[in-house]
Design a protein around this ligand. Structure first.
Ligand code: FAD
Length: 411
């Protein structure tokens, strides 16, 4: 069942740009060409900058951004009612609103840059099987509506109607949020990277950064296996690999393995779904294949804190987890019974103790920035955080970055 590539990497566009020799100087050097680094480069070029992007892989999107489920689920990591309990209403709403701005930016950018084919609209159903989760989801539907965000609690017949195919009787109901998006992850990221390159960004792929140090005369020296670059500003967007360059973040970032299995295409379409507080989740690819992931916490110590071998894009693959995911699918989606699993792959996510990402300036180090650790939830921030960080790099306020994302909270 294990496959070397994800569905997205196997079916996405190639990256045909040949990297030039590493320049000696750059105004802004972005480390990492995942969705975050590539999109930051795009927004920097929109304001006339010509950033240098460095990635150790041969092409953008070969890290987690090309291995995910492609879902742009609005809101932060927690359901809105719980986010209000944890962060207070204003901060919870700022986080949710950032992802709504993101939705609009994703639609705008994909249309402007001719990559609409990588974007497909969907909805999200959070299915509850326990009474306490049903109460949380009902509370969330009310809290979202109070903030003028479309959401409703549906009982089982209502959930079945939106799902479009059967759901088991154990489901009590669902939180329904319409107007969500999904992307072809590799088509989306490489499309934006191409647009950044057209705008003047340079992509040095196949180059590994080994350190970032303050330069003697000001600015930052980026040391790589292909030479050194002196940059006025450096952005570290290295996901779970960020602590290799910024070791102070090692205690803050926990690598967590994620795995997905993919079925053969089915003749029906379903919305994105999550079950049991996202313990199990799924979506669908543009060709109709079903994706199912999750079950991470079911075996303590198996997936959290996992080692990622040097130079690798993913931790080792867990065959037992893939089997359990494949077995679990028909229990949520009876219509998937007997549909063969054709592919399975792993990737890695970077979790923080408060489940909020790290986006902003490195305290006390002018010109050094970090944008990492999206807690398995980077896509709903994939335009808005890079766009806002680009604004800060240009000297603006970048006020759309929630205060709770400031890396200084851990440093
Ligand atoms: C199985 C799975 C499912 C997921 N599903 C979803 C989902 O449905 N929705 C969602 O929002 N999120 C999902 N995620 C999380 C999402 O993929 C991440 O939040 C997002 O991709 C992070 O983007 P990034 O640019 O920070 O990281 P990456 O895409 O990992 O980019 C980091 C880049 O840094 C490069 N790099 C590392 N070290 C160096 C170095 N020393 N020098 C140069 N380059 C280096 C890597 O090559 C890589 O390209 C999922 C993740 C996994 C693993």
């Amino acid at each position: 069942m294990r496959s070397p590539d994800s569905y997205w990497l196997a079916t996405g566009p190639d990256w045909s740009r040949r990297g030039a020799a590493l320049p000696e100087r750059a105004d802004v050097c972005v480390l990492g060409a995942g969705v975050m680094g590539s999109t930051l480069a795009y927004w920097l070029t929109r304001s006339g900058a010509r950033p240098l992007v460095i990635d150790r892989n041969a092409a953008p999107a070969m890290g987690s951004s090309g291995r995910n489920a492609g879902r742009l689920i609005q809101g932060g990591h927690a359901q809105h009612a719980l986010a209000i309990d944890a962060h207070g209403h204003d901060e919870a709403l700022a986080i949710y609103r950032a992802t709504l701005t993101n939705r609009d930016l994703v639609r705008e950018v994909t249309a402007r840059e001719g990559i609409e084919a990588a974007l497909f609209p969907t909805a999200k159903l959070d299915l509850a099987v326990e009474e306490d989760e049903a109460l949380e989801l009902k509370r969330t539907a009310e809290a979202l509506r109070a903030d003028n965000i479309a959401a409703e609690w549906l009982d089982l017949p209502g959930a079945r109607a939106v799902f479009g195919t059967d759901l088991p009787d154990t489901v009590l109901g669902a939180l329904h949020r319409p107007d969500q998006d999904a992307v072809h992850s590799v088509g989306y990221v490489r499309g934006i990277a191409e647009a950044a390159a057209r705008g003047g960004a340079e992509f040095a792929c196949g180059v590994t950064a080994t350190s970032v140090e303050p330069a003697a005369g000001g600015g930052w020296l980026v040391v790589t296996d292909a030479g050194r670059v002196l940059a006025d500003q450096v952005v570290v967007a290295l996901n779970v690999w960020t602590p290799r360059l910024l070791p102070e973040l090692a205690p803050v970032i926990t690598p967590v393995r994620g795995q997905l299995v993919q079925t053969a295409p089915v003749p029906f379409r379903i919305p994105q779904w999550g079950l049991d507080r996202g313990l199990l989740y799924g979506g669908q690819t543009p060709d109709g294949s079903l994706l199912v992931g999750g079950l991470r916490t079911t075996v303590p110590g198996r997936d959290e804190g996992i080692e990622v071998p040097d130079g690798s894009n993913t931790p080792g693959f867990a065959p037992d987890l893939a089997e359990r995911l494949a077995e679990a699918l028909p229990s949520v989606l009876p219509a998937a019974t007997g549909v063969p699993v054709v592919r399975a792959w792993s990737g890695v996510m970077a979790f923080t103790p408060d489940r909020c990402p790290l986006v902003g300036a490195w305290p006390g180090a002018e010109g050094l920035w970090v944008m990492a650790a999206f807690n398995g939830h980077g896509m709903p921030y994939s335009q808005v955080m890079p766009e806002q960080l680009a604004e800060r790099i240009r000297g603006g306020r970048g006020a759309g970055i929630p205060v709770g994302f400031d890396p200084a909270r851990f440093l």
